[in-house]
Design a protein around this ligand. Sequence first.
Ligand code: UT7
Length: 338
Amino acid sequence: MYSSKITGLGMYVPENVVTNDDLSKVMDTNDEWIQERTGIKERRHIKKGDGNSTASMGVKAAKIAIERAKIDKDAIELIVFATLSPDYYFPGCGVQVQDLLGLPTVPALDVRNQCSGFVYALSIADQYIKTGMYKHVLVIGSENHSGGLDMTTRGRSVSVIFGDGAGAAVLSRSNDDTKGILSTHMHSEGQHAKELAMIGPSTEYWVPQIIEESTTATDEDITYYPYMNGQFVFKNAVVRFSEVIMEGLEKNKLMPTDIDMLIPHQANLRISQFVQKKFGLSNDQVFNNIQKYGNTTAASIPIALTEAWEAGKIKEGDTVVLAAFGSGFTWASAVIKW
Ligand code: UT7
């Protein structure tokens, strides 16, 4: 049986830093509220004309990951791209990456699982490698949130949270089954789909209807901006994060004390701190960077993983756990022996 190892990691964020004070100039919010409720100090936003898009940021992160994997880009046999903010309604960003990287006609698969997108994508890549079908798979999580947020006071409970950026990993076949991705675990609960969603534009709610309704819409009717029932999402997040981490540990006969590094999806610093406390983990066992980037959804785990690895916080032989929860609801974890 083959195993799959992360052989290269990369990240990219736009240069444009948007602080909480910057946001308070365009909406009724303030640094104290944002930091106290979320831990976020600043985030990155694409600036019009800076050349960044969801696909192109993904490519920038991917190039670094491929270089660190020490493979030729043409060795990539599958692209798996996770995002909730694609450049086009269709096709997905995967094919843009195939083109922008100048790869041969490799397959490109797009994953629509929001905050859990990267872990779902990693799980897909893992299966293709373990079955022996592919040797090297490129997994990308990338988001351009700023292109679709309501930057007025009406949208403040959502807009202050999200940021732009991309992260990527190369997953490669290995014959050493004591290392690599030990297991992945995925769940969904669609009955809560509308608690964190952007409903339109969609085939159910198409552009002419939105334009017509937007002239008379009340605040609650605005469907073409993300909606989040914050407290409900928060309550579900802390439960599901804990469950899916425990599921991964039990599957591998591990205890919370065996975790060398937990990389939680960067949804809210308070959620990460809750999970850290629940499992009795020290500050050295949990990595957070939401303070700098906000919530970058599908990009948050690969960005955090890359930064933790670059800082030397993940070493060979470490047990690394990834965990995510978000819109869908979907949630997922991965247990990795580095
Ligand atoms: O990544 C996917 C998963 N996402 C999550 O897990 C996010 C989960 N939820 C959360 O992180 C939190 O619910 C939020 C950070 C989104 C909101 O924090 P909260 O403590 O739940 O605040 P709230 O929504 O209950 O709002 C409290 C007050 C309200 O005012 P009133 O009604 O008490 O007068 C809001 O209108 O804060 C107000 N408020 C703001 N004030 C200043 C909402 N947004 C803002 C803002 N600045 N940006």
